[in-house]
Every structure is written in C-alpha cells, then in structure tokens.
Design a protein around this ligand. Structure first.
Ligand code: FAD
Length: 534
C-alpha cells in the first residue's frame, strides 16, 4: 500500500502554514492532488495536531542518526495529544488506502527503524513541551514507587524529575538523550543490566495505541499479552504513550574505576565473576570495552582519563594489538562514604588486571549517568557527531566469547583504525523476562557487543567489515542475536526470533493486523518499508 504518492507533491522551498477550515493545520506548500483529499479526510477528524509536508520537516524525518538509509515519508504528524495519535492510527486502519505510521522518538536508530516511506512519521517530540506535565513521580506515597513518563520523554528528563524526589530508575542506557518509547521498543541496556535486567524488565504498566487505533492500558495483571508484546517488540504492536517505570532511592555519588587487561580470558572471567555477585559485594555497574592499537582509549562515551593515562594505555595497546578495559561503578552516599574505600578494595583486589593500570574517579550520580553527553558535545563541536554510523550490536553466548575475540577483535578488526568505542558487556539471562518480545542467546550468561564505529571517512568499508563479522559467526556456528536488529529478509527475522517467531506473528495479527506500525523495521512490510542507501 502506498499513501500519498510522492509524485503528487510539488514542494517549494518556501514554507507556508494554512488551516483547512478548522483545527488541523497543514504546514507546507503543495499542489492539489490525492494528498490534499487525504489530508482533508484527516482534517475531518477534528484534530488539534499539525500535519507537516514542508521539505525541511519531511527531509529530517527521512533519515536517522545512522545516516545510512533514507526513506521519504508523505508527511510528518506533530501530535498535540495521545488522542490525536489514536485518531490518526484509527483512520489509517479503517481506510481503504491504509498508510504506514512510524512514531519517531529522537530518530537515534541507525538503520531506518523510525522511517516510513510514503507514510506518516509521528514526531513524538511534539508532545514533550516543557516535559514536566508528562513526567509524574509517585514516591513516598506509592508502594512500590514509580514514575509515569510519556513515551516521547527523554531519559535525561525522567532522571532530572525523579532526582528532585531523591529517586531514580535503576536500569539505564549509556546515553540519556533517547526516548522512553524508543528504548522500551528495543530493551534498553547498559552496565546495570546484569543486576536489574534491561529497562524492559523495570516497567509496571504501559498505555499503548495499537495498530487498530485503540488505546489500551496494560500490565502484567491486565492485558498482559499486549504488555509483553510491546516490551522489546520493535514498535510492531503499539505506540507507547505512557510507561510506568520502577524507581528507587538514588545514590548521590559513584566511585568509578577502569582496569586494563591484556589477557582477554582474564578480562571476561572477571566480568563474569562480577556479574555473579550480589549488589552489596560487587559493583552496581559493570561494562567493558576493547581498546585497539589504533583507537582512542578515551572516546565520546566519557572523559575519564588524564592525558598521561591515555598515553600509557595507547602504548600498551600498540604493544599487544588490543587491550581490554573493565569498567565498574560503586554507588554511595553520605552514610556509606566512610566505607567506600574498603568496599571497593575488596572488589578490586580479587581482579586480575595489569598491575599499575587501575584508574579511579569520583563523580556525582547525575554526572555518571549523563557521562556520554560531554563526549557528544565535543564531537558536535568538531563536526564529528552527524556522520554515518554503521553500528553493529550483537549478543554473543558466553561459551563462544573467546572464539569471538580471536576471530573478530584479533583478526577481522586487527587493523581497525576507525573512530568509536567497541563495547563488551556481560549479562545475566535470568534478568530478562522471557515473556517480552526481546530475544537473547540461550545461555545463562551472554555478552552484548557494541561496534559503535563512525564512518568519518565513509561507511561502506566498515559495513563490509560488519558483514565479514556476521559471516564469521555464521560460519563458526555462533548462535548470536543482533541487538537493535537489522535484517532484510523474512528468513533472517524468523531465525532471529527463533522459538518466539510464531508468537510474534500471532501478536502482530492481533494488534496491528494491517501492518501499519513502524514499517521501517522491515519485518512485515515490503512496500512500506523499502529504504534507499544514502
Ligand atoms: P527512535 O530511533 O526514534 O525509534 C526507535 C524505534 O522505536 C522505531 O521503530 C520507532 O518507530 C519506535 N518508537 C519510537 N517511539 C516510540 C513509542 N513512543 N512507542 C513505540 N515505538 C516507538 N541503546 C541501548 O540499549 N543502550 C545504550 O547504551 C545505547 N546507547 C546509545 C547511544 C547513542 C549515542 C545512540 C545514538 C543510541 C544508543 N542506543 C542505546 C540505541 C537506542 O536505544 C536506540 O537508538 C533506540 O531506538 C532509541 O532511540 P530513539 O528514542 O531516538 O528512538
């Protein structure tokens, strides 16, 4: 199905705003054609929202953070309420000419997942406003405490609002300028996942607009099937307009350490040990990264080291080809400050890093969680943020991680000199609720690998390396899963979901039978979801 054929638009560089006899405003200039009749039909719904067809808005919604794919929508919908989104979806669902609808959080996907070729992109950011009205904290009076946040809200704003009450969500992503709806459609992972599970394991309730335009409140107790479908459901079953997220008392400070290893087996062994410890005996946050001979020890993920440390680590990486960095965080506050040194010592003393290569920082909890923002600002100022990002994220079973190191870090990426971090982070499967749509490897422990490289000098060579990595894993029979997955064939999607595929399809038929939602994921749609390479 194709909505509003592009040929019916003759865009002008001049943007005008006019009302089609009522509340709904259409922004942009176009010649009369089928588009106008459709927009007028939408207008008959008496919405307060804006439909934009001006070239700038449409162009912005045609690509994403990846800058790799492009798919031009017919229009961008700027909702003024959840009700208007429901009306839009309901309208398409009932229409003889249904159109694809993609909610767009911040468009921080890298493979066109929030695009909708010839369809309508819903700019969820339009609901953010000043943010306050759509983030509500229920602290002391509620057992358990929670925060209700609009699906369009940024995690940084959720953090700021909850911290006013001395509370905070417990499971995070490394970067906080992502939306609640965007990360809950995937999983939301970081160094706390080993302890609390991904963000989708920390949600009590959702308000969702299904692909039929119905608004449903769902939770583990009520409409549980929809609740678990949406969590990690790659935006295939509904648009999240509110999430009730678990919160707990927030610490004030973090003792943040980085330890350097030359031996991969010692590095992963220590990560696995750390993620098996309970909170009191170990870290609250555990992540790792690979520092290749030609890559930077410090990168946009955070400013951590002083210049002299960077020189030492880089020398070491040059000597060994690659070294590994284990990163840990121990939370504390005024009451626990006197014992933090001793507690940290008892954790770190048991680890097998290179003597002399232990680095520490003390930062506020807010600074720690928002650590990537500073790096982003630096890259922005040097024009290195808005460049192609051919990122590849994989989940690798623990039993194959040494092979992965040999075949990928020490072989395919041996001469990697691209910009961008390479993350490796151990996780416990039992913290992932298997009732959600997210899929993970079938082992108790697995690793999230993030090859977050930037295509500063072009992205195709990095993409070829990504393909080589996937071929290597397929050839070696490593049963990986992609995180933030990107596949181009039904057979690959079927393989990705494995035993969950049949349920995924049944749920699609139940909640979005006309396959309207998030066509850019390219799971159920062929015509809606075609992308072009940039
Ligand atoms: P978008 O890219 O806009 O949307 C993602 C998908 O969700 C699309 O299919 C879209 O249609 C859909 N969607 C958007 N809003 C809604 C909604 N309200 N309801 C239903 N569906 C919706 N991920 C991690 O897990 N951990 C990390 O540490 C991490 N770090 C990152 C750092 C950077 C710098 C970047 C750019 C990304 C990072 N990500 C991380 C990936 C991030 O989780 C994804 O980009 C995710 O898609 C969220 O981005 P977004 O909010 O812009 O969503």
């Amino acid at each position: 199905m194709v909505f509003l054929p592009r040929t019916s638009f003759m865009f002008s560089s001049v943007v005008i705003v006019f009302l089609v006899g009522g509340l709904l405003s259409i922004v942009g200039q176009h010649k009369p054609g089928p588009a106008v009749s459709l927009l007028q039909e939408i207008h008959s719904l008496q919405l307060n929202s804006t439909v934009c067809v001006d070239p700038e808005a449409v162009d912005r919604a045609s690509t994403d953070f990846g800058l790799i794919t492009r798919a031009v929508p017919a229009a961008v919908f700027r909702p003024s309420s959840d009700r208007d989104i429901a009306a839009l979806v309901g309208f398409s669902y009932a229409s003889a000419r249904p159109f694809g609808i993609a909610p767009r959080g911040r468009g921080h996907s890298v493979r066109g997942q929030a695009l909708a070729r010839d369809g309508v992109v819903v700019d969820m950011g339009a609901l953010r406003g000043d943010g306050q009205g759509r983030i509500r904290v229920c602290g002391e009076g509620c057992r358990p405490s929670y925060v209700d946040a609009g699906g369009e809200q940024l995690w940084i704003d959720v953090l700021r609002e909850t911290m006013k009450h001395g509370l905070a969500p417990r499971s995070w992503t490394d970067y906080l300028y992502l939306t609640v709806g965007g990360t809950l459609s995937n999983a939301g992972i970081s160094g706390q996942t080993f302890l609390y599970g991904p963000q989708i394991s920390n949600v009590y309730e959702l308000d969702v607009i299904t692909g039929k335009g119905e608004t449903v409140t769902c939770s583990e107790q009520h409409e549980a099937d929809l609740f678990f479908a949406v969590l990690g459901g790659l935006a295939q079953f509904g648009i999240i307009t509110r999430a009730r997220i678990a919160i707990e008392p927030a610490p004030t400070m973090v003792r943040w350490v980085r330890l350097i290893y030359k031996d991969f087996a010692a590095f992963t062994g220590d990560q696995e040990r750390l993620i098996s410890l309970e909170k009191k005996k170990g870290f609250n946050y555990v992540e790792g990264s690979v520092i290749m001979a030609n890559s930077l020890a410090d990168n946009w993920r955070s400013s951590f080291y002083v210049e002299e440390d960077i020189t030492r680590i880089s020398r070491l990486a040059a000597q060994y080809g690659a070294v590994y960095c284990l990163e840990g965080g121990k939370y504390y506050d005024h009451a626990t400050a006197p014992s933090i040194d001793q507690e940290l010592k008892s954790v770190v003393d048991a680890l097998r890093y290179l003597p002399g290569f232990e680095f520490r920082n003390d930062v506020s909890y807010m600074h720690f969680l928002n650590r990537v923002r500073e790096g982003e600002a630096k890259l922005q100022s040097r024009g290195l943020w808005n460049v192609p990002h051919p990122w590849l994220n994989m989940l690798i079973p623990r039993s194959r991680i040494l092979e992965f190191d040999r075949g990928v870090f020490k072989s395919i990426l041996k001469h990697n000199n691209s910009v961008g971090p390479i993350l490796i982070c151990a996780m416990n499967r039992n913290k992932w609720d298997q009732r959600t749509s997210a899929v993970v490897p079938d082992e108790d422990v697995f690793y999230a690998i993030g090859l977050l490289r930037s295509g500063v000098d072009g992205w195709r060579n990095l993409e070829e390396q990504n393909e080589e990595i996937l071929r290597f894993c397929d050839g070696a029979g490593i049963s990986y899963r992609q995180y933030l997955p990107h596949y181009t064939s039904l057979a690959e999607w079927r393989k990705h979901f494995g035993a969950k595929w049949d349920v995924f399809v049944e749920r699609k038929m139940r909640y979005d039978p006309r396959a309207l939602l998030s066509p850019g994921q390219r799971i159920f749609t062929s015509s809606f979801g075609q992308h072009q390479s940039m």
